[in-house]
Write a protein that binds this ligand. Structure first.
Ligand code: SAH
Ligand code: SF4
Length: 360
């Protein structure tokens, strides 16, 4: 059976080559061909000896998830849909901005954590994505987007904020992140790769120790009673333990703040009192807030708050000196979305919205 080389980071590829009695240097060359140059055909890897190319053709392949849809929104957002087999699909969204291009990547098909306001959570959990399926989203998007005319990278930032809980698929996510950071692959800095988590405390500590990158934590409520109902994992890892983990993370984090994501739900968590309670909850922890007005989906009991309430909520946080951004709706005309991504190829018309992560 052919070995999919997209599943390997540098160490994995070196081990694969060592098992073939080939040098680690060859592994590095092949890594560069695959990820720096987007080459999937071993015959195109022209600095490899013919014998090695023939051997690789026999043993191995470069197998990304199959791209089945590629659509551009009026505002420039671009959505990629990948078929990952058994009727399952994952989405990846590219968000171009003046000073950067952000790719929003999925980590699982569905999600087991069942947050009340999340359509991915409502779908339930199908399976973890492999390393090849996670890094394959970046591989495919990089190829589709091409090189920018100025010579700068088109994809300058990656956020693991698509479908699924990245820290519940820890090993595959971290191996994929190592490739994102590797100079022979995508060469992104740790500050430009963001993991978003609903708050798996032990995994936050592991990420800090094994592969610290920028961290975004989905908070959504200032107290345990409310958060228990919105983010069920809070019953296992309540806010005090989550805040403590955020503090520990900052010791090794590449950025000196944690980003808190906060979905605003009409009449549920969006009052001035909630905003003030949040301030005391985060205390002196260095943080930024990213407010996400709820994106409705069929069958959901929640609504998006009126714009004025969103503005007032942001104002209270900002008056306390916390940098706060409110996510714009983008890519709506092409159903480009995160947070409520489709899970099935046949369900791709599901109405979605779109998140913009990085504050300006
Ligand atoms: N599982 C991770 C990352 C994927 S979800 C996490 O929960 O952080 C990415 C973000 O989208 C999270 O902040 C999540 O709360 C948010 N989100 C989920 N459903 C949403 C919806 N319907 N409207 C707006 N944001 C939503
Ligand atoms: Fe899973 Fe994140 Fe959705 Fe919660 S918000 S169900 S953790 S994908």
């Amino acid at each position: 059976m052919s070995v999919n080389l997209l599943n390997f980071d540098t160490a994995g590829l070196a081990a694969f080559f060592a098992a073939q009695d080939e040098s680690a240097f060859r592994a590095k060359q092949v890594l560069r061909w695959i990820h720096r140059f987007g080459q999937a055909d071993f015959d195109g890897m022209t600095n490899l000896a013919k014998g090695l190319r023939a051997k690789l053709k026999d043993l191995a392949s470069v197998g990304p998830p199959e791209l089945v849809l590629d659509r551009v929104s009026e505002d420039g957002a671009r959505k990629f849909l990948f078929d990952v087999g058994d009727g399952n699909a994952i989405e990846t969204v590219f968000i171009p901005e003046d000073t950067r291009g952000t790719l929003c990547v999925s980590s699982q098909v569905g999600c087991a954590l069942g947050c009340a306001f999340c359509s991915t959570g409502k779908q339930g959990f199908s399976r973890n994505l492999s390393v090849a399926e996670i890094i394959g989203q970046l591989w495919q998007a990089s190829r589709a987007l091409g090189a920018s005319s100025s010579g700068e990278r088109v994809i300058s930032n990656v956020v693991l904020m698509g479908m699924g809980e990245p820290l519940a698929n820890f090993d595959n996510t971290v191996t994929a992140i190592r490739l994102m950071l590797d100079d022979n692959a995508y060469g992104l800095s740790r500050r430009r790769v963001t993991v978003s988590t609903s708050g798996l405390v032990p995994a936050i500590d592991r990420l800090r120790d094994e592969c610290p990158v920028a961290l975004a934590v989905s908070l959504h409520a200032p107290d345990d009673a409310l958060r228990d109902t919105l983010v069920p994992i809070n019953r296992k890892y309540p806010l005090a333990s989550l805040m403590a983990a955020c503090g520990r993370y900052l010791d090794k984090a590449p950025r000196d703040f944690v980003t808190f994501e906060y979905v605003l739900l009409d009449g549920v968590n969006d009052s001035e009192a909630h905003a003030r309670a949040l301030l005391s909850r985060v205390g002196g922890l260095p943080c930024k807030f990213n407010l996400i007005p709820f994106n409705p989906f069929p069958g959901s009991p929640f609504r998006r708050p009126p714009a004025e309430r969103v503005r007032r909520f942001a104002e209270i946080l900002m008056e306390a000196g916390i940098i706060t951004t409110t996510r714009k709706l983008r890519g709506d005309d092409i159903d480009a979305a995160c947070g409520q991504l489709v899970g099935q190829v046949r369900n791709r018309r599901a109405k979605n919205c779109f998140r913009e992560m990085n504050p300006r």
